[in-house]
Design a protein around this ligand. Sequence first.
Ligand SMILES: C[S@@+](CC[C@H](N)C(=O)[O-])C[C@H]1O[C@@H](n2cnc3c(N)ncnc32)[C@H](O)[C@@H]1O
Length: 253
Amino acid sequence: MSIWGIYSCFYDLSLRNLFPYRQLLDDLTRALEVKGGERILDAGCGPGAVIERVIKENRGKTISVVGVDFSRGMIGRARKRCMKLPDVRLQVADLNRKLEFPDNSFDKVVCSNVLYALENPEKVLSEFYRVLKPGAAVVIANPKPNAGERELVREHLRTLRRLSPFHRRAYHMIVSILLIPVNLVVTTINKIILTRARNREYHFLDKGSLSRILQEVRFRNISISSCYADQCWLVRAEKWESGQDGEDRVSDS
Ligand SMILES: C[S@@+](CC[C@H](N)C(=O)[O-])C[C@H]1O[C@@H](n2cnc3c(N)ncnc32)[C@H](O)[C@@H]1O
């Protein structure tokens, strides 16, 4: 079983209570700028938290979402979570291979904390580019080179201290304490991930490299900002509209 199979048993329980992760879901959803009628691909959907948030935040708009992940454990959890949500399709697929979707078939692609674990990020981004419709956008979260857990925990505790009234804060403190055993497993898996990143097996990319790769794939209107307690980059970039010309614009925020 891969680390993702093991992670699927603990990931959701640990992260759904982590305040920076909730903020990340908000940031991704906002960056997607979903409109009615859109078809969205969640590449590496894990247990489906992004899909759930995007659909709930866009109630009243008819959107359809396809979630893919190569871990059967993750897809199983996503299926349970999204059972009652309209128009969600979940399937097992390896992002290191060519996507089975036709060219120009999605209005948005979201890929949260997955790109780093793939063999060749540039090849995968080219696949995202291929399946996006002209003018459509990709939204990515990917760890910064020095990303770690410490700042996530600090930010979680800072938010916890700001919570009021008292019983809400007490509830979250108790949940945080009860989750210590789960978080120990998650911390161990994160150590494996960090070791792989240090060994360059995983791709924790700096801003310049991310920007360069996106430009090489021909994305335009690239914006890269910080998210997830400053541990990740939040990227939004668009596919060229047919017939467009001019300079690519890269913006810092
Ligand atoms: C850290 S989790 C992120 C899950 C979800 N996107 C989120 O933000 O909550 C990374 C996910 O990438 C998936 N993944 C890793 N390598 C993959 C591959 N080659 N093809 C498809 N999914 C992959 C894992 O199974 C796992 O669900």
